[in-house]
Design a protein around this ligand. Structure first.
Ligand SMILES: [Zn+2]
Length: 499
């Protein structure tokens, strides 16, 4: 091998001698400008024309980096490094190694490439518009007509700077920015862009993925930026005759502090505490069934089952407004829920109606009653106030005054409605109970709860079949399981919405 190399050097020395004697010029013809723009010295060696890699790169505005120690030179293009090795037929395009039918040579610290083989290789693999016409002794090039030359993306504290260098001065009025579906566009009226040019973004900048140059029409060029964060504000200004700067403020960056706060907010809204309110109690029996069933007993029994079920299925705190036969006021129940930072409030009741054939369950949310029946139910449930020590201490929740009050106080109407609907569906499925639907009325016990809240009428004590069912432990468990399932579904949806 060494011997062969030595032989090669002897040959090369000989060729170099020849080369010096056979120097001639290749004209460089620019197809864009339709004229000869220069000459490139070439050396005819063994009937092949050799050109200087350094000088060729210079003509094409490509940066070249010689490495004399390694006897190689590199051409630096965007995304591509072309490595030419002296005294070797190999040329590397990044990792791709290609072999020419002739060697590259090294002479007076310069690298000489065989034009016939090297130029087409460069044109093909570096996508350069260059062509060697051997018989005409000409190299044809296409100089760029583009007047939008480069983009530098700089990440700032609260967004980005897009520094666009141009070879033409653009008035501000000729630059338009817009955005659509994750793309941010900068359009230049009077702009020309090389659509084959690669515009690179520092890979550390995660929020701008790529830049795509587009010639929209003869007189409008577009730079498209793939942006992965929402842009909250944009500004374009002319920095100099050759630089247009666009600033993009992104919500993400602006709000790092806000994001942290939001995270805290989300934590706050995680459903980690549920308040169950067994209706009535103590001196207030609630509704009384035809076979003398007290509502207060059924509500407490269902509440206890529900607490057990929730604690079994979810890793959350479950609190009850009463765990015994006592009489908390309606206000005390709501206050208990708020003080304990409840995230859901469920008031459990059983219905009663003079029409004994009415049966089934109803999920109520707080709102102006839309039907006489809903109004009546709320009136009945609110009537316990008469038994309280300070019955005057309540906001009037009759329909007329209600709208203002509810707007001011309950911002969870939508959530409450959704919770009610989910629970309603589960009870229908699991308990074979007729659904009276999701309704709204002015329930005092829901008023003032700063969380999604519902009042559930689990069935009619005034209906003998419902009464029998409600008295049975298995039905109480079925109701508890259904409500629990509704809460699980609500929790999943609510927490994913808020994330
Ligand atoms: Zn009740």
């Amino acid at each position: 091998m060494i011997r062969n190399l030595s032989c090669l050097f002897i040959f090369l020395t000989f060729f170099q001698y020849l080369a010096a004697a056979n120097a001639q010029n290749i004209s460089i013809y620019d197809r864009t400008q339709s004229r000869t723009v220069g000459v490139l010295e070439s050396f005819s060696i063994d009937r092949l024309q050799y050109v200087s890699v350094t000088k060729l790169a210079g003509l094409l505005n490509i940066t070249s980096q010689p490495n004399p120690a390694a006897k190689q030179i590199q051409l630096k293009l965007p995304d591509l490094t072309v490595t030419i090795m002296a005294i070797s037929p190999f040329v590397m395009f990044n990792e791709l190694m290609l072999q020419m039918p002739a060697y590259c040579l090294y002479k007076n610290n310069d690298y000489l490439a065989p034009a016939r083989y090297f130029i087409p290789l460069l044109a093909d693999h570096a996508h350069l518009d260059i062509e060697y016409n051997e018989s005409a002794n000409t190299i044809l090039i296409t100089s760029s007509r583009a007047n939008i030359n480069n983009v530098i993306v700089e990440e700032m504290e609260n967004g980005f700077l897009l520094r666009i260098t141009t070879s033409k001065e653009f008035p501000l009025a000729n630059i338009f920015t817009s955005e659509s579906n994750g793309w941010f566009y900068v359009d230049f009226f009077g702009g020309l862009i090389d659509t084959f040019q690669t515009f690179t973004v520092n890979p550390e900048i995660k929020s701008i993925k790529k830049i795509v140059p587009i010639q929209l029409s003869d007189d409008t060029a577009r730079l498209s930026f793939r942006v992965t964060v929402p842009i909250s504000e944009k500004n374009t200004y002319i920095k100099s005759a050759t630089e247009v700067t666009v600033t993009l403020r992104t919500r993400q960056k602006i709000s790092e502090g806000i994001l942290a706060d939001l995270e805290k907010e989300r934590e706050k809204w995680k459903i980690d505490t549920i308040i169950i309110d067994p209706g009535h109690g103590g001196r207030d029996p609630g509704a009384i069934g035809s076979s003398n069933t007290f509502e207060k007993k059924i509500t407490l029994a269902i509440a206890k089952e529900l607490k057990a079920e929730l604690e079994k299925k979810l890793d959350i705190k479950v609190l009850m407004t009463r765990e015994a036969d006592i009489f908390p006021s309606l206000k005390e129940r709501t206050k208990f829920a708020n003080t304990n930072k409840g995230k859901l409030f469920l008031s459990i009741h059983t219905d009663s109606n003079p029409v004994s054939r009415l049966h089934g369950h109803t999920a109520y949310i707080l709102g102006p009653a839309k039907t006489e029946e809903a109004r009546r139910v709320a009136q009945f449930e609110n009537s316990v106030i008469r038994l309280e020590d300070t019955p005057d201490d309540y906001t009037d929740l009759t329909d007329a005054s209600f709208i203002l009050a509810s707007n001011a106080q309950n911002s969870f109407t939508k959530e409450s409605e959704e919770l009610a609907a989910l629970i309603d569906v589960e009870i229908r499925k699991k308990c074979n109970s007729y659904s009276q639907g999701v309704k709204q009325a002015g329930f005092q016990v829901l008023y003032g709860a700063s969380m999604p809240c519902i009042l559930l009428e689990t069935g009619f004590l005034s209906n003998p079949q419902d009464e029998q069912k409600l008295k049975s432990k298995s039905y109480q468990q079925d109701i508890a399981a259904a409500v629990c399932e509704g809460i699980i579904k609500f929790k999943e949806r609510y927490e994913s919405f808020n994330n």
